[in-house]
Design a protein around this ligand. Structure first.
Ligand code: COA
Length: 165
C-alpha cells in the first residue's frame, strides 16, 4: 500500500481539484476561481494529497477571522491584515485514499503553519457529520450567534463551526 503525502498545490492542479470536488462535494459546488483565488492569495494553504504523482485529494486553508467563516462559493478579495486564525476552508479525499491519516497529517501541518505565522488557532466549518472526527483532532464546537448561524445555513443543516483552543 502506498502512502499519499501532502504537497503544495500549483495552478496546473486546479482541474484535478475541480474533478475531486465534483465527485466528493456535489452539494457544495464552488467555482474554479474560488480555488484559484485562494491559491494566489495564500499559496502555503493550498495542498494536494499526492499518490505517486496522482492527486487523490486536496485541502485549502487561509488566514481569517475567528467566528466569521466565509460564505460558500465566495471570493475573499484579500487576506485580512488582522487575521487571528488559520481557517480550513475545504478538505476532500478520494475514497480509495482514505484511512491513511491524511487528515491527521493535514491538521499537524496546519498547526505548524499557524504557529509559524503567529496565527495561533485553527478554525473550520464541519459538514458531512465530521464533527466527531474534528473533535479527535483537537477542534471544539462553537455555539453560533445569529450571524454565524445564518452563514452556517449556507453549508447545509449539519454544518458546525469549530475552533482549536
Ligand atoms: C473527511 C475526510 C477528509 C477524512 O479522510 P481521511 O483523512 O482519510 O480520514 P479517515 O477516512 O482515515 O477517517 C479518520 C477517522 O474519522 C472518521 N470519519 C471520517 N469521516 C467521517 C464522517 N463523515 N463521519 C464520522 N466519522 C468520520 C473515520 O471513521 C476514521 O475513524 P477511525 O480512525 O476510528 O477509523 C474524507 O472522509 C472525505 O474526503 N470526506 C468527504 C469530504 C468531507 O466531508 N470533508 C470534510 C468537510 S468538513
Amino acid at each position: 500500500m502506498t502512502v499519499p503525502a501532502w504537497r503544495p498545490m500549483a495552478e496546473v492542479d486546479i482541474d484535478a481539484v475541480e474533478r475531486i470536488a465534483a465527485l466528493i462535494h456535489p452539494s457544495f459546488h464552488e467555482r474554479p476561481e474560488i480555488f484559484v483565488e485562494r491559491l494566489a492569495l495564500f499559496p502555503a494553504g493550498s495542498l494536494i494529497a499526492d499518490d505517486r504523482g496522482e492527486p487523490v485529494g486536496y485541502a485549502v486553508a487561509h488566514p481569517w477571522r475567528l467566528g466569521k467563516p466565509p460564505a460558500l462559493d465566495s471570493l475573499l478579495g484579500a487576506i485580512p491584515s488582522e487575521a487571528d486564525c488559520l481557517y480550513l476552508h475545504d478538505v476532500a479525499i478520494l475514497p480509495r485514499a482514505r484511512g491513511r491519516q491524511l487528515t491527521e497529517r493535514l491538521v499537524q501541518r496546519l498547526r505548524d503553519l499557524a504557529a509559524a505565522l503567529d496565527l495561533g488557532r485553527l478554525a473550520l466549518t464541519s459538514v458531512n457529520s465530521t464533527a466527531a472526527m474534528w473533535a479527535r483532532y483537537g477542534f471544539a464546537t462553537v455555539a453560533p450567534d445569529a450571524a454565524l448561524a445564518a452563514k452556517l445555513a449556507t453549508y447545509g443543516e449539519d454544518a458546525v463551526y469549530m475552533e482549536t483552543p
